[in-house]
Write a protein that binds this ligand. Structure first.
Ligand code: KIV
Ligand code: ZN
Length: 515
């Protein structure tokens, strides 16, 4: 008998990006979309095109670039939103319009101030309008988890009649428990007369830590699409985690008897990439991709593992793409070993980028004895995610003594005037209560932007006293948040690089907006 398949709908770039402070720039979104296709995701929700010009551009670019997965764009149930969404996704090989409208009485009455009847009418009209533009239309009944089941069935039946080929049942506020949510799906299957004309999808939030359990319960009861995000990021406590769902279905294949197209060996790469670009760290005990997911501390467990791995492991680290031993590079490693490592880590670089990277690797190996995978990834991504470089740090000198620090920074500023580009180099000195404070004050004097530092974190990228330090920060400029990341064996330099990257993002966004 042919096995059923569960469609993986990834919303890292939409719901995931709604995680507080997780905004991504275009290059970062493209990197993630590329990794999602390598991962084998069936549908990528690339964004919410009507929500901002930036989102529209990102969805459009991803639609033009990605050839294998379907590309979905989210929209409210209005003609204006749907048209904007279509204009962004129409370039995709397989475009999908994803419309949402709330169906719980709470949302209908309090948020939308409408009646059930009006919502039914709006939903039908929106889906019909979308169907004229795109053959693949998904409808989401927002807050379905708290919607009256009979009314929800009526809405589902209506939107299928109007042309929806996927009906999504979101547990928007993560309120349901597995038995309850599974029953909801089973009721929909029983009560909706035309349900065989559409795929039932679920979209579970993790407010009670049950998003994955609820999604699995829905699959048992007939759902054939799961909406999820890498590392489970998303609004509030996040969404169902893609890696947990993919591995649960794989490890418990004997129970679910269901397939999916996720290449599980790419899960770890995807997790690291998303964590690095969003700045949302993965908790060490996170299932599947956490640093401790395969670490055995107890002597009894270690002994068992050495005798027979299955005693304490239900899956191999290599199943999810974690390497069992990582080959460490150093000062004496040649081009061959280095480029093999870059390839094994899943990166394809053109000749120019490869040469630049090799030089950076050599510089680093003069300062650092052992170069780990994490160091190489940090070097690659430092450059690949940099937006238009307007400001470049040319020089810095920081001294600290008894609670007073002084910093001197020299920054070049790329300016365009009458189609001519020129560099203006400025040097400033400032004092502060610590080295970073002094440094950022000196840079602020040069760039003359009203910047507020919102978040600052420092971590070691790899192990050892000479580990690369990585600074991740967020700044606020003219009401928007921008993130920046910098790595260096010198943590003050890492802090400077991160700040300059965030300033570049803020400035280039401002320039684009002005244009
Ligand atoms: O949580 C939710 O209800 C959503 C919908 C827009 C699908 O994200
Ligand atoms: Zn959601």
């Amino acid at each position: 008998m042919k096995k059923d398949k569960v469609i993986f709908f990834d919303t890292t770039l939409r719901d995931g990006e709604q995680s507080p402070g997780a905004s991504l720039n275009l290059k970062e979104k493209i990197l993630i979309a590329d990794q999602l296709t390598i991962l084998g995701v069936d549908v990528i929700e690339a964004g919410f095109p009507a929500s901002s010009v930036g989102d529209f551009e990102a969805v459009k670019t991803i639609s033009q670039k990605i050839k294998t997965s379907s590309i979905a764009g989210l929209c409210r149930s209005t003609e204006k939103d749907i048209k904007i969404c279509w204009d962004a996704i129409k370039y995709a090989k397989k475009p999908r319009i994803h419309i949402f409208l709330a169906t719980s009485d709470l949302h209908i009455e309090k948020k939308l101030q409408k009646t059930r009847f009006e919502i039914l009418d709006m939903a039908a009209k929106a889906v019909k309008y979308a169907k004229n533009l795109c053959k693949d239309v998904e409808f989401s009944a927002e807050d379905a988890g708290r919607s009256d089941i009979n009314y929800l069935c009526k809405v589902v039946e209506t939107v299928i009649d109007a042309g929806a080929s996927t009906v999504n049942i979101p547990d928007t506020v993560g309120y349901t428990i597995p038995v309850e949510f599974g029953n909801k799906i089973s009721e929909i299957k029983k009560k909706v007369s035309n349900i065989d004309k559409a795929i039932i999808s679920v979209h579970c939030h993790n407010d009670l830590g049950l998003a994955v359990a609820n999604s699995l319960s829905a699959i048992e009861n007939g759902a054939r699409q799961v909406e999820c995000t890498v590392n489970g990021i998303g609004e509030r406590a996040g969404n169902a985690s893609l890696e947990e769902l993919a591995m649960a279905l794989k490890v418990k294949q004997c129970y679910y008897n269901i397939t999916h197209s996720i290449k599980t060996k790419e899960l770890y790469n995807a997790s690291k990439l998303v964590s690095r670009l969003t700045g949302i760290l993965v908790q060490v005990n996170k299932a599947i991709v956490g640093a401790n997911a395969f670490a055995h501390e107890s002597g009894i467990h270690q002994d068992g593992i050495l005798k027979a791995r299955e005693t304490y492991e239900i899956m191999c680290p290599t199943d999810v793409g974690m390497s069992e031993s990582s080959l460490v590079l150093g000062k004496h490693s040649g081009r061959h070993a280095f480029f093999k490592k870059v390839k094994d880590l899943g990166y394809k670089l053109d000749t120019q980028a490869s040469e630049k990277l090799f030089k950076k690797f050599k510089d680093l190996s003069d300062k650092k004895k052992s170069i780990f995978d994490e160091d190489i990834i940090a070097l690659i991504e430092e450059d690949s995610t940099a937006d238009n470089k307007i400001f470049t740090l040319e020089y810095l000198n920081v001294t600290s003594c008894a609670g007073i620090s002084t910093a001197t920074a020299k920054v070049s500023d790329k300016k365009n005037d009458k189609n001519k580009t020129f560099q203006k180099v400025t040097c400033e000195t400032a004092c502060g209560s610590g080295p970073i404070d002094a440094l950022y004050k000196a840079i602020d004097k040069i760039v003359k932007m009203d910047i507020m530092l919102i978040e600052f974190s420092l971590r070691a990228v790899s192990s050892g006293e000479d580990a690369l330090g990585e600074v991740f920060l967020k700044v606020k400029y003219k009401g928007n948040l921008y993130s920046g990341k910098g790595t260096s064996v010198d943590i003050i330099e890492a802090g400077a690089k991160a700040y300059i990257q965030a300033l570049n993002k803020a400035k280039s966004f401002e320039i684009k907006k002005e244009k």
